[in-house]
Design a binder for this molecule. Sequence first.
Ligand SMILES: [Zn+2]
Length: 482
Amino acid sequence: MNIIPKVKNFTENGVSKISPEFTSDEKLGFCKKAFHRMVFKLYDIRLTEGEGGIKLLYDEKLEKDEYRINGAEIYASDSEGARYGLATMLQLMERKETGFTIKNTEIREKPDKDFRGFMTDLARQWHDFDILISYVDLCCLNKIKYLQLHFTDNQSWTLPLKSFPDAATKGRAYKKAEIDYLVEYAYEAGVELIPEFEGIGHSKELILNCPDEFGNIYDEEITSASALTSGVDQKIGRVDNIMCLGKSGIFENIRKMLTEIADTFKYSEYIHVGCDEAKHENWNHCALCRDYMKRQRLTSTKAAYTHFAEKIIDICISLGRTPIVWEGFPYEGTENISRDCIVVSWENVYQTGPELLESGFKVINASWSPMYIVPPKTKDALHIKRDWTVTGDNWNVYEVQHWASGSKAYGGLGLTPHENVLGGMLCQWECTPCEERERVIDLLSQTADRTWNSKDFYSEEEYYKNAEKINKLSERLYKKRE
Ligand SMILES: [Zn+2]
C-alpha cells in the first residue's frame, strides 16, 4: 500500500466512492479545521458536515498516539492519534470526476519514535512567510511532528521581539502578526513548532544590532592586524560571532528574550538554544570575560563555554520549557549540564552520539550525512558529493554518519537502541527556497518513514516505488517559487 510513512498493520480491499462529508466526535473535534483545509488544498474539495463521508470517532481502547482506520471511519483516543489517522486518510483519498473515492483499508498503528522533525534555516537565506505555512502543511501530511525554525544566525535575525526591538534585521524579519498566525496554524495542524534562538556563538547579527547588551569589549590591541596571530577571527575583527560572557546583565537579557519567545510560542514544549561552534578563545581578549572567568574560577575558555551553555539551558528549564542544543559544548564541565536538556547529534566531532547517550543525555539524530540538505554544489572543497539521501545511505534513527574523515561517524557509527534516542531530524541549511524545494519534498517523506518506523521501514527501492503519490501531494502544498 503506497502510504508513507510505511503503515505497520493493514489489510486492503478495493475502493469506495463516498460523499464529500466529514463528521467528528466532540472530543476530537479540534482536528476538524486543519483537515478541511488540507482536503481543499490537496483535492480542491470542500467537505461539508455530514454522516455520509469520513468519520473521526473516539475509541478509548486505543493507546496514546495510536489510530485505527476501518473504511471511512478513523478512530483515536487522543489528539495525536486523530491527527495521524487523518493524515493517512489524506493519502487514501482520490479525486474523481464526480466527488472522490477512498481505498478500503483496515489499519492500526502508532509511531515508534516521538521526535520526527524538520528544521529549516531562515537566517542564511530569506524565506517568504507563505513557505513556512507550506512547511507546516508538509509536516502534517508526512506525520512529521516537529518543525524547527532556525530564526537567528550571523547573517540575519528574522524573529521580531518586543523586548529587543533592535535585534531583528531591518527588512529581513517576519512580522509579529505573521508569527502569531503561524503559531495558531501549526497548532491546528498538530505540528509543534520549535523556535530556535542560536545562543553563545552564531550571534554576529545580534551583537551588531544590540552591542551594549550582548557584545564583547575587546582589548585595544586586538585589531585586525594583530588578529592575524591572535586567533581572533580576522574577517570580522573585533565584532565576532560570540556573546560576551562577562557583560553585566547578560543572563537577565537572555532570560528576557527567552521569556518572550516562550510566550509567543505558547504551545511549544521545546526551545532550541543553539550553543554550538562558539569561538570561545576570543573571551581571552575581553576584560569583562577574563574577569568573569576569574570570579567563577573557570580555568579555560572551554570550561567557560560549557558554563555559559549551562546557564542558558537552566534559564530555559526555569521557564517550564525543555531546551534543545546542537552538539558542540566541550567535555569540560559537561557534568554540570542538566540532563533534561536534549542534544542534537550532528557532527560527531565534539562529542559523539554514543558518548552523549553514555553520559545520560537524550539525543536527536540529525547526523550530517544524510540528514543535512545543503546548497546543491556537485562537490565541495573536499570533493565530497552532497547528494546523499536518507534511504540511499540507509540511515535510521540508530545510525549516525558523516562524510568527513575527521568525524568519528565517518563510515557510520551505531547508537544503542534506547528510549533516549528520541528520533531524527532532517535539516535544511543555507539553501534558497528554490534550491531546497525538490530535496525537501523527497527527503521529508523518507525521514518520515525512517522515524515513524525505527526498524521496519521501506528500502530505497520500495520507497521510490511508493512515493509517487505523496510527492505529488507535497508538490501541491509547496507552491512553486519563481
Ligand atoms: Zn566579553
